[in-house]
Design a protein around this ligand. Structure first.
Ligand SMILES: C[S@@+](CC[C@H](N)C(=O)[O-])C[C@H]1O[C@@H](n2cnc3c(N)ncnc32)[C@H](O)[C@@H]1O
Length: 220
């Protein structure tokens, strides 16, 4: 059965809150997208918060968003954006695009939510050109206690995923990116929470290529 994503309450809340996000978060978005060029796919684009920050060298963005309310908001944001953005109804685990058809891919606060990280990352690998790159901005499982244990409990109890539209607080997304065969070419890890007392920290921001593994050192 085809995967559907319907989170009407969360979607409305996310759209409202993200429109008032901090200058720091806006800066993270800019940093994530800086230097991109060519044809770009963004998965789980939400209400299109990234659309205003794509550099001029990006010729086209294909923005995948399965949640209907957020997809409509993304369509509105695309109409205001200074570049061509096509908003598409699809899920990250089954991208309706040809192999090697994108120069770059963007995963921004979405690998916490997709139901199957390996499937989503495999799809990103498939649609990227061999010299393409993945840019990511994601919150991940903390190393320090007691936050780490709280995040594990929040996920295991299903409390956090239910509240936050399927989000998981305790995923090791950097490892998942590497396990999918990407070579992490640079990453920084920092504490940032979109608003206390959310368990969505720390964050990782970086880039990965389809090349040889281990070409860039990074902190764990
Ligand atoms: C926390 S929001 C982030 C939205 C946006 N990327 C941003 O940076 O503001 C997570 C997004 O992932 C989307 N999503 C959920 N399941 C998905 C899936 N299987 N494939 C792609 N996107 C999905 C949600 O609808 C939502 O838009």
């Amino acid at each position: 059965m085809a995967e559907t994503v319907r989170n009407p309450l969360f979607a409305r809340l996310y759209a409202r809150v993200s429109e008032r996000e901090s200058a720091e978060q806006v800066e993270h978005r800019r940093e994530t997208l800086a230097g991109l060029r060519g044809r770009v796919i963004e998965i789980g684009a939400g209400n299109g918060r990234n659309f205003g920050f794509y550099p001029a060298d990006v010729s086209e963005v294909v923005a995948v968003e399965p949640e209907p309310y957020l997809r409509d908001r993304a369509g509105e944001a695309a109409a205001r954006a200074p570049l061509s953005i096509d908003v598409v109804d699809a899920v990250a685990g089954a991208l309706p695009f040809q192999d090697a058809s994108f120069d770059a891919a963007v995963a921004c606060l979405v690998l916490c939510t997709v139901p199957d990280q390996p499937a989503a990352l495999a799809e990103l690998r498939r649609v990227l050109r061999p010299d393409g790159e993945l840019r990511f901005l994601e919150h991940v499982h903390a190393e320090r206690q007691p936050l780490r244990a709280v995040q594990s409990f929040a996920d295991a109890s299903r409390l956090w995923p239910r509240l936050a539209g399927g989000c998981h607080a305790a995923r090791d997304t950097l490892r998942a990116i590497e396990d999918a065969g990407f070579a992490v070419a640079g990453v920084r890890r920092f504490d940032f929470s979109p608003g206390p007392p959310l368990p969505a920290l720390p964050h990782i921001l970086g880039r990965a290529t389809l090349g040889v593994r281990g070409s860039g050192g990074h902190p764990r």
